[in-house]
Design a protein around this ligand. Structure first.
Ligand SMILES: Nc1ncnc2c1ncn2[C@@H]1O[C@H](COP(=O)(O)OP(=O)(O)OP(=O)(O)O)[C@@H](O)[C@H]1O
Ligand SMILES: [Mg+2]
Length: 230
């Protein structure tokens, strides 16, 4: 099978009703692995609601959302609790407002993202923190992964600076790197509306190059995309 044409997310007949308001009415689409899929529409069209259904924040009124990993494992997202969607189905998201730890360094922010893996290696005890080999190996793997993504987003040189000192556009990139450190199968990136137009264009160009190579599907809600492309 052609990897690029391999569906990763199939949404069928998705509807979401809030009381008398039908926010999503019978939406169907397929997102494919290694491609950027954009969801576009005017204010109130229901883009964020679709995100919230896929990430398990809302349970849809009806419809099916099927996520398929590269190894063929399939998850019916409408039947999962949201923590399962992030942990097992490996669906990650960034948020419209920045959620980094501003007082921690750039590198530390990426290590915290991998914290659970480190905790597992340490046997969930502080003993693990005293340098038992398996913990040391996990920590060094976490640093390697963080360095890889810092390099990809061009922020390796800022590794030891507080994240809060970075300009806005770089913090946004760091958030994407942080999400990538959790090795998601599907990454949702909210629109970049708070960026200056120049940063937005740059970020989008970088994302396209970065994710076209990787196996992660990037899924973006941006009502401006259509206008800019057209
Ligand atoms: N929790 C909720 N309760 C009630 N109505 C909601 C809720 N969330 C969203 N809605 C309504 O659903 C519709 C779709 O909203 P949504 O936020 O998904 O649109 P959007 O496409 O993301 O818009 P925008 O471009 O402004 O971000 C709107 O009419 C909104 O008021
Ligand atoms: Mg929205």
């Amino acid at each position: 099978m052609n990897a690029a044409a391999d569906p990763i997310l199939e949404v069928e007949h998705l509807s979401m009703r809030f009381g008398g308001l039908l926010a999503i009415a019978d939406l169907s689409f397929t997102a494919r692995r290694g491609e950027i899929t954009a969801l576009i529409g005017p204010n109130g069209a229901g883009k964020t609601t679709v995100f919230n259904c896929i990430t398990g924040f809302y349970r849809p009124s009806s419809g099916m959302m099927r996520l398929v990993h590269a190894d063929g494992t399939a998850f019916l997202l409408e039947r999962q609790l949201d923590f399962r969607i992030s942990k097992r189905a490996k669906v990650a998201r960034t948020f419209q407002n920045i959620r980094l730890f501003p007082g921690m360094t750039v590198l530390e922010n990426l290590l915290v993202a991998q914290h659970q893996v480190l905790m597992k290696a340490s046997g969930f005890t502080f003993l693990g923190l005293f340098g038992i080999p398996v913990y040391a190996r996990a920590e060094s793997a976490a640093i390697d992964k963080a360095s890889y993504w810092l390099d990809r987003i061009g922020l390796l040189r800022r590794a030891d600076d507080p994240a809060g000192d970075l300009p806005y556009g770089q913090q946004r990139r760091l958030e994407v790197a942080r999400a990538m450190c959790t090795e998601p199968a599907l990454l949702h990136v909210g629109r970049h509306e708070h960026l200056r137009p120049r940063d937005r264009a740059r970020l989008r160009g970088q994302d396209r190059r970065r994710f076209a190579r990787g196996s992660t599907q990037r899924f973006q809600g941006d009502r401006r995309l259509s206008g800019r492309r057209g």
